[in-house]
Design a protein around this ligand. Structure first.
Ligand SMILES: C[S@@+](CC[C@H](N)C(=O)[O-])C[C@H]1O[C@@H](n2cnc3c(N)ncnc32)[C@H](O)[C@@H]1O
Length: 262
């Protein structure tokens, strides 16, 4: 068991030099951390509290921080699929209405980015039931989740969601797959009455097709569609303004709630 406060052999750390120079890395005895701003010996930070700093061989100050979930998502996780970005994941987590103890359906898990956000919220006694058709992606997701110890809150099942799910009375569902209209009834049967489902869709034509399927199904109400735009600012005194580039398009967030059919 690693200390929550002290940097130890095996701790993950965020090495921060400046906004463009941040890395999530694991502390290993005898290893040298290298960057274009110089190197330092990892032994020099072992036993120190997170938040400490060291001078690199080029005399540049490097801070050694405890990584947040966002640090893993932005620069620690392996990525093999399209993923749900933090700007969307935070809002999705809110509208799913989940908290500690919630039981959530997810498909597909992809690289596990969205899953890490949900697992972090439902722990310690909740569970994500994540269905994924491609075992090689499920393995990437499992490894990403394991880096933070979040894998124990996720049950990954290698299965096409169209074949159905084992769980019932789930509190929420998040679907990030190309043909969600094919799994509407599977989602319906898995959820508790009144529970929300969120669908992440890259194109407007998918939103239209899903809306039509939702209306035809008749088991969901309160359909809403959102797009999140997030602009980060450059913090240069005298020139504080949005960054020149931003993430332009990721996808649309479609929300519905299950109701009992007559
Ligand atoms: C865009 S990725 C999901 C990324 C994930 N939300 C994340 O943030 O890392 C879509 C995933 O859905 C999986 N998938 C597609 N159709 C599926 C189905 N019918 N059942 C289960 N998984 C499916 C794909 O293999 C892929 O891994």
């Amino acid at each position: 068991m690693l200390s929550p406060d002290l940097i130890e052999e095996g701790s993950d750390v965020l090495v921060y030099i400046d906004p463009r120079r941040k890395w999530v890395t694991r502390v290993v005895k005898g290893k040298v951390f290298g960057s274009d701003r110089g190197t330092f010996r990892m032994d020099d930070v072992i036993g120190k509290p997170f938040g400490t700093s060291v001078n690199t061989s080029m005399n540049v100050r490097a801070y050694v921080l405890k990584p947040l979930l966002i640090d893993y998502i932005e620069r620690g996780f392996e990525r093999r699929t399209q993923v749900i970005y933090p700007k969307d994941a935070g809002f999705i987590a809110l509208i799913l209405g989940i908290g500690p103890g919630s039981r959530v359906l997810e498909a597909g898990i992809g690289s596990g980015f969205m899953c890490s956000v949900i697992a972090n919220i439902v722990r310690p006694n909740g569970k994500v039931y994540a269905y994924e058709i491609r075992p090689e992606f499920a393995e990437i997701a499992r490894k990403n989740l394991a880096r933070l110890g979040l894998d124990k809150y996720v049950e990954i099942k290698i299965r096409d969601l169209r074949e159905g799910v084992d769980e019932k009375d789930l509190d929420a569902a998040i679907l990030d797959l190309p043909d969600p209209w094919d799994v509407l009834d599977v989602v319906y049967r898995a959820l508790k009455p009144s529970a929300p489902a969120v669908f992440f869709l890259p194109t407007v034509s998918q939103v239209e097709k899903l809306l039509e399927a939702i209306e035809r199904h008749g088991g969901f109400v309160d359909a809403r569609c959102f797009e999140i735009l997030l602009r980060e600012y450059q913090l240069v005194r005298g020139a504080i303004r949005p960054h020149t580039t931003m993430v332009g398009h990721t996808g649309y967030i479609m929300f519905v709630r299950k109701v009992l059919k007559d």
